[in-house]
Design a protein around this ligand. Structure first.
Ligand code: SF4
Length: 451
């Protein structure tokens, strides 16, 4: 029996951006996404299963993820900080990565050439803190060891301070073609309060130098910082669009992690309270309008571009369930039906690498993927294209009620009324609430979301 649509209705009549729902769902609800503990692993060490797992899913795209869990210092809002950079960290860590890449390729010899690599991503941490020659060697090593496609996307993530034009040139010469910079905000005063050192001039100069390397350059912005206003956010968009040559812009909502330095600063009264839900919605709406006004195309929920050079391949592969081979301390990935996580403790990682092992800390059967013909899969695909799935992809038993629900959400201003083969297009407000709507729809059809 399809459920009553009453609990899923949006508010009609007010501003849908700020008031369509009471509050955004923070996670899966009991009736929708059911999390499962994976059964224990009995497939033996990496060396025993890797080649077979590598061949199991040759139809899936393959990407390589390299984690660099080092930062110059801990930014106040960040839950990902792990290790502080030192004078010797670059050479030492790059040597460990080189050993791990070599050992992994050795295990996969005989099959490695059977899967072309579509994307390589150096994430962190702060990969741009690696020395130019160390990173360049790693990029070359990966390209030599794996069959990397000629037009594969090779991204290096980093932050403004220390990401020099010389590094960018060296890495482009080695094969990198995309740089992703965590700018977060361009307001110097707010940056300093968050632990970001570089000022606006340095941002402008570094982005210019990165763009001059010929690579695609994208900048991340975050909205929802304590003390941030929608005017500051709109100015971020203007500055990055008018005063730099970047090709794309990513817009993320701040997740305030309990006990992060930022959370503690707010609780101690050293920082103002973060913006309310209504204020965050207004910030999103203002940035959305500013991005469109500056000629950016909104092409996936958090990604905007003004140049087709920006393809965002890695993020799309990650979301679409591609296989990911992990490298580096704390890197996660999956291969065939196996979920992989490298040791997060640097010492453990280094010991395993020194023994010539794949330095895994976690191996588990990979969570079941949504079947390609399931509603959950259609929902993920549609929201990634800024839409909701058309009724044909809903379970037949839920279509009649679903049609009423979609009509109500359209009246509420969340759907534009435009419909194409990808689905029903979300409005600006619909995009703000899309994660919440996705959770509601999974609940509505009683779907299980497994990964
Ligand atoms: S935001 Fe980036 S640079 Fe800052 S602590 Fe987190 S990972 Fe490191």
């Amino acid at each position: 029996m399809p459920p009553d649509i009453e609990p899923f209705l949006a508010r009609v009549g007010g501003d849908p951006l700020t008031g369509a729902f009471e509050e955004r769902a923070s996670g899966p609800s009991a009736g929708g996404m059911r999390m499962r503990t994976p059964p224990p692993w009995d497939g033996g060490p990496f060396e025993d299963f890797a080649a077979q797992a590598y061949l199991e899913t040759t139809e899936r795209p393959l990407a390589l993820y390299v984690h660099v869990p080092f930062c110059h210092h801990h930014c106040a809002f960040c839950p990902f900080y792990k290790n502080r950079t030192s004078k010797t960290f670059s050479a030492e860590y790059a040597a460990l990565l080189a050993q791990e890449i070599e050992a992994t390729a050795r295990v996969l010899r005989g099959v490695i050439h059977l899967r072309p690599v579509r994307a390589i991503y150096f994430g962190g941490g702060t990969p741009s803190d690696l020395e130019a020659a160390d990173m360049a060697r790693l990029i070359r090593q990966l390209r030599a060891a794996f069959p990397v496609e000629a037009d594969a996307e090779i991204t290096v993530e980093g932050r403004v301070r220390g990401f020099t034009g010389d590094k960018a040139k060296a890495w482009v010469n080695a094969g990198a073609n995309r740089f992703s910079l965590g700018v977060q905000t361009t307001d110097t005063k707010l940056r300093r309060r968050l632990g970001r050192i570089a000022d606006r001039n340095e941002i402008r100069e570094n982005l210019d130098a990165l763009c001059a390397s010929g690579a695609t350059v994208v900048a991340d912005l975050i909205y929802g910082f304590p003390g941030q206003t929608k005017e500051l956010l709109v100015e971020d968009v203007r500055f990055l669009s008018e005063e730099t040559g970047i090709h794309g812009l990513d817009l993320y909502k701040l997740n305030m992690f309990p006990d992060s330095p930022l959370d503690k600063a707010v609780r101690l009264g050293k920082m103002p309270a973060p913006p309310s839900l209504r204020e965050r919605a207004e910030m999103f709406g203002a940035a959305y309008a500013a991005l469109l006004a500056h000629g950016h195309e909104h092409f996936s929920p958090k990604h905007w571009r003004r140049d087709a050079k920006e393809r965002c391949i890695y993020n799309r592969l990650a979301l679409g369930g591609a296989d990911m081979l992990p490298f580096g301390s704390g890197a996660g990935g999956r291969l065939g039906a196996v979920s992989l996580g490298n040791a997060g403790m640097l010492e453990t990682y280094a010991e395993k690498v020194a023994r010539g092992e794949k330095p895994l800390g976690r191996i588990a059967p990979s969570p079941r993927r949504d079947a390609p013909d399931s509603f959950a899969h259609a929902l993920t695909t549609a929201t990634e294209s800024l839409r909701l799935p058309r009724l044909e992809s809903w379970p037949e038993s839920h279509r009649q009620q679903g049609e009423k629900l979609l009509a109500q959400w359209r009246r509420a201003g969340l759907l534009s009324g435009e419909e194409d083969e990808h689905g029903l297009r979300l409005t600006c407000a619909g995009n703000f609430w899309s994660a919440h709507m996705k959770t509601l729809l999974l609940d509505f059809v009683g779907a299980t979301k497994s990964d």
